[in-house]
Design a protein around this ligand. Structure first.
Ligand code: CS2
Length: 494
């Protein structure tokens, strides 16, 4: 980047407006209030919920500003603060790129620097919605059962120091406790992570966490705080170095925090908000409904289930991205067999056709302008497998149906969790349960059957039923054997 390039900021934008092809905020930024606080500000929310909000502001103005909170690292704040919260969103489709500058982010806070300040922000009467994308592992729950885990160090910390928490659950409980003590109404808690029945799940977790130190608060939370469920969808790869140059080429201003996303987006939201307060997201195409479950089933199982399967098999087969993986004819025909196993177990949501849905998914995965890395999706498999693949596995087993393609996805996860790729190179395995995988594998020794068996015995992932299900074990063992002897591509050939 040339040293004299101006950095994106409200002043720079006013002085050097980009050409007409770049959409800019059309509303009065000064009228925005900190009405939404988003926990876990990352690329996904900035390319999804924040853009729906931006569209509503552009359509009719209003005061729905967003304050982002990073629960761990300062990097988002460090990139966005010098830009006055402005950032470029680059929509990339097969037909080219479209840029827009997004204006509704008021501020980014870094929770570890001032946890009490974040609790005060959430407890402020101006905060009406607290939304979250903290990833699956951020909920401190047991993925197989959805129950709160009371032993993670951060949960133990938050029980001891409830006024200076570290976890999302700790922040929510502390702030709701403040509001209750002050006789205020609660805010709405809007979970935007890819978890089953995400609103109800989070409600149970916040309630059970609060019950550890304040049973009255737990009861109040369960009785009065709205936790609508949502289904969120947009493919948003992690930022790459070249995206900075692309954002600058689009706007003429240097941006250190652009987001890249596909054209498609979907947001289905249970319409249950404290005092009815929410932006008119429906104006931007969100579906506000009474029942999110059918949409969530469809998306978690058909999109995310396929993503995880392609991530493990694709990575093992040497594919760096999803578009490369689906460009491999062996993997794309496997994908069709996988979807054929999943589709019959998914009730059709109103207005959706599941075959058309998977056809559209294939086109989305095939978007050559989106470099979505298999390694990125492979992360945190222990937290993803239950809702993406194992619920369908259970239903098919109960119905006496074969699970050949699903079992290969589970086997590929196990092969990947072994930590070494097909060329013998170490895999950079990122998973909160990685230490448990290592301990189990070390104890199992070199025998492949024992190694697989120990992984399939992990109850936080497989529950208590699948580890003792002979049909499940046999199907996965067969697929695992094929992976070991023939490799991922040949195994996917079926
Ligand atoms: C992906 C999701 O990283 C992953 O695990 O499967 O982030 C996926 O891209 C989104 O859910 C799409 O909406």
């Amino acid at each position: 980047m040339p040293p004299d390039t101006l950095r994106l900021s409200p002043e720079a934008l006013a002085a050097h407006p980009p050409d007409a092809g770049v959409a800019l905020p059309r509303y009065d930024r000064a009228a925005l209030r900190p009405a939404i606080v988003h926990l876990g500000l990352g690329a996904f929310f900035r390319a999804h919920g924040a853009l729906y909000t931006e569209d509503v502001l552009n359509a009719r103005g209003g005061d729905w500003g967003i304050v982002g909170v990073s629960l761990q690292r300062p990097d988002q704040r460090d990139r966005l603060a010098p830009q006055g919260g402005l950032y470029t969103a680059l929509e990339r489709g097969p037909g080219g790129e479209r840029a827009r500058v997004v204006g509704n982010l008021l501020e980014v806070r870094v929770a570890p620097e001032d946890p009490a300040g974040v609790v005060a922000l959430l407890a402020s009467p101006e905060t009406r919605i607290v939304s979250l994308t903290v990833t699956e592992k951020g909920y401190c729950h047991d993925p197989a059962t959805g129950r709160l885990r009371e032993d993670p160090p951060d949960i133990l910390h938050d029980r001891r120091a409830p006024d200076a928490p570290r976890t999302a659950l700790g922040f929510l409980a502390a702030a709701l406790g403040r509001r209750r003590a002050a006789g205020m109404s609660p805010f709405t808690v809007l979970c935007c992570d890819n978890l089953p029945h995400n609103g109800a799940l989070l409600r149970g977790l916040v309630r059970d966490f609060a019950a550890l130190f304040d049973p009255d608060l737990a009861r109040w939370i369960a009785a009065t705080v709205p936790f609508p469920s949502t289904m969120v969808d947009r493919i948003v790869p992690a930022m790459e170095e070249g995206d900075l140059a692309a954002a600058q080429a689009a706007t003429g201003l240097a941006d250190f925090a652009p987001v890249v996303h596909e054209p498609f987006r979907q947001w289905v939201i249970e319409d249950r908000f404290a005092d009815g307060g929410r932006p008119a997201w429906d104006l931007a195409g969100a579906l506000l409904t009474g029942d999110v479950a059918p949409f969530e089933h469809m998306k978690l199982r058909l999109l995310n289930g396929a993503h995880s399967a392609l991530a493990y098999l694709g990575y093992l087969a040497g594919h760096e991205t999803i578009v490369e993986a689906v460009g491999d004819p062996t993997l794309s025909s496997y994908l069709q067999r996988l979807w054929a196993e999943i589709r019959p177990m998914v009730p059709q949501p109103p207005g959706q056709d599941l075959t058309a849905y998977t056809d559209d998914l294939l086109a989305r995965f095939n978007n050559p302008a989106i470099r979505h890395r298999t390694w990125q999706i492979a992360m945190d498999g222990s937290q993803k497998l239950p809702q993406r693949l194992l619920s369908t596995v259970r239903e098919r087993l109960a119905a006496g149906l074969p699970i050949t393609a699903l079992a290969l996805a589970v086997a590929a996860w196990a092969r990947y969790a072994g930590g070494v790729d097909e060329a013998g190179r170490p895999i950079d395995l990122r998973d909160p349960m990685a230490p448990a995988f290592r301990a189990a594998l070390d104890a199992a020794g070199d025998d492949p059957a024992a190694r697989l068996s120990t992984l399939l015995g992990l109850e936080p992932i497989f529950g208590t039923d699948l580890p003792v299900h002979a049909g499940f074990r046999a199907a996965v063992a067969d697929a695992y054997q094929r992976l070991l002897t023939a490799g991922a591509r040949a195994a996917a050939a079926g």
